[in-house]
Design a binder for this molecule. Structure first.
Ligand code: GTP
Ligand code: MG
Length: 294
């Protein structure tokens, strides 16, 4: 049988569940997720090789409007670049919650003239199955989507069906990556993301958008990896929040990060976290580019 290959973006507003869906498709953690919006900041590449098919998924930052910082501009631009690059767009929406971001994404997608699969996510939150059909009917009138598939990324409902539709839709072609490759980002990026996820989950509403995690150094010992990491914040008051009372907050972030890192890296981990104030880094083009938001 002929091989198929395609680049596929997971596109949508922030917080609709794109990264959860990516992890669900891979049945493991590739991209970090959180309850809070604006979690994914970079293009995350996951490579899924299944039989004669290879799909390169691009998880992208969620489209969000109304924020003016350079980091937000970078994220929205990255989201756009992701759907512009691919063979197929999986447009992820949260049940019937169609907002101005969805309108703006669909408007851009229409101009590209690419196949679009609509994934209606979080259907586990729809109380009665009879309520799903009206949502499908409404969204069906917006665009001639290749298919509309209600899924639950979190509860892994119909994710297989979505995957088979994706495979149906991607073009014939040779694999671009060796089948053993699953992700295309560095180990230190993955580590920094896990630490950022633990921080986001523990912090209040504003601070998650103002922290950045940088890995300074990884010393690979025989039986333990020593990871030295900096967490950047924008002010000393933010630093105080991140520290917590008697250092309780940073300790808790460190402990849960270490636990997950040991599982993911299959090794003992000694994690050093230092907090550094970098004034206005989310709006400083030079610092952004230094931190990889380029
Ligand atoms: N109930 C329910 N919650 C979900 C589902 N999928 C994702 N979530 C939750 O929605 C929240 C956002 O999920 P993410 O995967 O981080 O969303 P995202 O679209 O990647 O968000 P950004 O990276 O910020 O753009 C998390 O709390 C997830 O657990 C689902 O199918 N059902
Ligand atoms: Mg995400």
């Amino acid at each position: 049988m002929d091989r198929k290959f395609g680049f596929v973006s997971l596109t949508g507003r922030t917080n609709v569940g794109k990264s959860t869906l990516l992890n669900s498709l891979f049945q493991k953690k590739i991209s970090i997720t959180s309850r809070k919006p604006q979690t994914t900041r970079n293009r995350i590449l996951g490579i899924l090789s299944k039989g004669n098919n290879q799909i390169v998924f691009l998880d992208s930052p969620g489209v969000h409007v109304g924020y003016k910082r350079a980091l937000n501009k970078y994220m929205n631009k990255t989201a756009r670049a992701c759907y512009e690059e691919v063979d197929l767009v999986v447009f992820v929406v949260d049940r019937g919650k169609w907002q101005k971001e969805e309108d703006s994404i669909l408007k851009n997608l229409k101009e590209l003239n690419k196949p679009i699969l609509l994934a209606i996510n979080k259907i586990d939150r729809v109380k009665n199955n009879n309520n799903i059909l009206p949502i499908i009917n409404e969204l069906n009138s917006k665009y001639p989507f290749e298919a509309i598939i209600p899924v639950s990324a979190l509860k892994k409902v119909k994710v297989d069906l979505l995957l088979s539709k994706i495979i149906e839709t991607i073009p014939a072609g040779e694999f671009h990556y060796p089948i053993e490759n699953e992700k295309e980002f560095s180990k230190s990026f993955f580590i920094s993301e896990i630490i950022r996820e633990k921080a986001i989950n523990r912090l209040g509403d504003e601070l998650p958008y103002r922290i950045n995690v940088q890995i300074e150094k990884i010393d690979e010992g025989k039986s333990i990896q020593h990871i030295h990491s900096n967490i950047h914040v924008e002010s000393s008051s933010q630093k105080a929040i991140l520290l917590g009372k008697n250092g309780a907050m940073i300790k808790s972030i460190g402990m849960s990060s270490r636990k997950e890192l040991e599982k993911e890296l299959k090794s003992k981990v000694n994690l050093q976290l230092r907090i550094k104030v970098k004034k206005n880094w989310t709006n400083d083009i030079n610092l952004l580019s230094k931190y990889g938001y380029d």
